[in-house]
Structures are given as structure tokens and as C-alpha cells.
Design a protein around this ligand. Structure first.
Ligand code: AQP
Length: 335
């Protein structure tokens, strides 16, 4: 009886990715790889978070194309819309409604402490109010779906902590409403570093063509970028991210592609050249089938849109009753 009940407990997973540029290797190894596994063990919902892209000015045609292409890439990576829910954030209006409520739940000082805001606003010529409040929208994305686990890369940990704080604050002010979620961060490749500057994170919107491996890069370019990755001069292969960021980054990438621990891999190499060559080969073989499947999905934009609309219907079926409950808790009309 007891074990029968336990097996009825469903874990809910939610995560999202912004259509702010072509997907890079860090997105794939830090997040998408986990999504694909999670969908087979948990009730999983994945979202192309197009509203998050609007924190910086966007060309409408570029954003529209990037949203479709990102969805096609997620399908190519292995997100299966028959076992998980895949949709576009702006198709489900409850995200923006809950976002406002969570902006009013968050303190100004809390948002000001977000390191991503500090990083992205420093040196920017235009800093939108949305860039400042976007962690509240991210919290809304997650809390709408009674999410237990959020598979993300290491850079999103702080936003997840804020999401937990907002859920707990709302629950204690207005009564139990939101599940308090936790971040699930992979043990390796949670922060893939730029190959040309291994002290900074690889990012899709950073202008670092030699340091960024794009999932859809020409495979010869992938090899070239990895073989030219910045390391150091002492030629000792050791997994030590703070003392040896470049070498450790390569070991983490190789580990994520092969499943062997980075420390074990380090013992196999005495020189950087073979490590770079093997890492390049492993990444190329990891990307090759994804690129082949992407080419097939890219031929059918209307099929992609149908998948996304069906996903939005499934998402809305959860988001609408949750918003109804939130409105009722707050004293807003529900009829
Ligand atoms: N370098 C990285 N290593 C590991 N994980 C990463 N992620 C991003 N970069 C790395 C994870 O990818 C998921 C989707 O990220 P996102 O598109 O929502 O936003 P982001 O974290 O800001 O990623 P980018 O590529 O750096 O985008 P831009 O340049 O537009 O800001 C997240 O789970 C993230 O942790």
C-alpha cells in the first residue's frame, strides 16, 4: 500500500531557454542534455522563453525566426513532444500576469543583488526595466507549473534561490499556493567556459566567435576552435578549475560527452595536444546526429508550430487553474 502510494508521486520538471542567438555548447551540456534525460523520468515542461529575449531590443523578424529555430533545435537534441510539453512562453499569457504579482512580491534590494543584472547592465548603453525585473518573470515561469525541479546551468542558481524565496514569501502571506522548487545542476559542465577566455562563461550573445562553439557550427570549425583553445604554459593535465581553467574546461567538456569523470580523464593525458584532439573528436561526434536531425526539423516550420501550439494548450491547462488560485488568494476577481 505504502509503496503503491509512493509510486503515484509525480516529479514535475520545468526549464526554459531564451531565443537570443544560436545555441552554444554550454547551453547543451549544462542544461539541454539534462532535459532530455529528465523527460523520461518526470512530468516535464520545456519552454522557449521569448519574452525574456525582450530585455534587450530585438528585430521582430529575427526574434520570430530564432524562436522557431530554437524549438527545432530542442526537438533535434531529443526533446520528445509526445512525452514532454514544449511550448513558447508568450503563447501562455499567464506568465506575464504572474510575473507582475511576483514583481510585487520581490524586494527592490533582492533584484538589485542579482549578479546577472550587474553583469549585463555594466557597460550597456540601454538598460531596460525588464532586465532588472526579469528574475520575477523567470520565477513566474517556474511557479505556474507546480515545479519540483529546474534543470539549469550554474549561472542560474541565484535566480532559483530568488524563486524559492518568492514562493515561500507568497505562501506565508497568502496561504499555501506554490510548490517551492529546487535547481538541479549537472555535476560536470555546469559552467562551460569560453574557449578563448576560460575565465568567463561561454554565452550565445557574447561576441566571442573563436571562444564559442555553436551547436550548429560547421564541424571543421568546431574542431579548429577546440584545438586552438587557450590553456596555459605548464603542460600539466590536471582537473583544477580555479588554477587551470582552460585545461579543466576541456576535461569537463570531454567528460560530459563521454560520461567519464574529468579526474579519470586527466590521468590519461600527459600533454595538451592529445587532450584537445580527443575533446574535439568527442564534441564533433556528439553534435553530428543533432545537426542531422535539425536539418530534418528545419524543413517543416508549420509542423514545428503545430507542436508548439499543442504544447501551449497543455501548458495552459495547468497555468490557468494556478492563476485562478493566485487571483483568489490575492482578492482579485475570479468570475
Ligand atoms: N556556459 C554555460 N555552461 C553551462 N550551462 C549554461 N547555460 C548557459 N550558458 C551556459 C544554461 O543554458 C540554459 C539556457 O540559458 P538561457 O538561454 O536561458 O540564458 P543564459 O543562461 O543567459 O545563457 P546564455 O547562452 O549566456 O545566453 P545569453 O548570452 O543570451 O545571456 C540555462 O539553464 C543556463 O544555465
Amino acid at each position: 500500500m505504502g509503496s503503491g502510494l509512493a509510486s503515484l508521486v509525480v516529479t514535475r520538471v520545468f526549464s526554459g531557454i531564451k531565443p537570443t542567438g544560436p545555441v552554444q555548447l554550454g547551453n547543451l551540456l549544462g542544461a539541454l542534455r539534462t532535459w532530455v534525460d529528465d523527460q523520461h523520468r518526470a512530468d516535464s515542461t520545456f519552454c522557449v522563453v521569448d519574452l525574456h529575449a525582450l530585455t534587450v531590443p530585438q528585430d521582430p523578424a529575427v526574434l520570430r525566426a530564432a524562436t522557431t529555430e530554437l524549438a527545432q533545435l530542442l526537438l533535434a537534441v531529443g526533446i520528445d513532444p509526445t512525452v514532454s510539453t514544449l511550448f513558447v512562453q508568450s503563447d501562455v499569457r499567464e506568465h506575464t500576469e504572474l510575473s507582475w504579482i511576483l514583481e510585487c512580491t520581490a524586494a527592490f534590494g533582492e533584484l538589485r543583488r542579482m549578479t546577472q543584472f550587474k553583469d549585463k547592465s555594466t557597460d550597456a548603453t540601454f538598460v531596460s526595466a525588464g532586465l532588472f525585473t526579469y528574475p520575477a518573470l523567470m520565477a513566474a515561469d517556474i511557479l505556474l507549473y507546480d515545479t519540483d525541479e529546474v534543470p539549469v546551468g550554474d549561472d542560474q542558481r541565484q535566480h532559483l534561490e530568488l524563486t524559492r524565496d518568492l514562493a515561500e514569501r507568497f505562501n506565508s502571506r497568502y496561504g499555501p499556493t506554490f510548490v517551492v522548487p529546487k535547481a538541479t545542476v549537472p555535476t560536470v559542465a555546469a559552467r562551460v567556459m569560453d574557449l578563448a577566455d576560460p575565465t568567463r562563461k561561454m554565452s550565445k550573445s557574447e561576441d566571442s566567435p573563436q571562444g564559442t562553439v555553436l551547436v550548429l557550427d560547421d564541424l571543421d570549425d568546431v574542431t579548429r576552435k577546440i584545438r586552438r583553445a587557450v590553456t596555459d604554459t605548464d603542460n600539466e593535465v590536471r582537473f583544477d578549475p580555479s588554477a587551470k581553467p582552460g585545461v579543466s574546461n576541456l576535461l569537463a567538456i570531454l567528460s560530459a560527452c563521454t560520461g567519464d569523470a574529468p579526474e579519470t580523464l586527466a590521468d590519461r593525458y600527459t600533454q595538451y595536444g592529445p587532450l584537445k584532439a580527443d575533446t574535439a573528436d568527442a564534441v564533433v561526434e556528439y553534435l553530428r546526429p543533432i545537426q542531422q536531425r535539425y536539418a530534418e526539423f528545419a524543413e517543416d516550420p508549420s509542423g514545428t508550430r503545430s507542436i508548439l501550439l499543442a504544447g501551449a494548450d497543455k501548458a495552459r491547462a495547468l497555468a490557468e487553474p494556478k492563476m485562478h488560485q493566485v487571483r483568489s488568494r490575492l482578492g482579485l476577481p475570479t468570475d
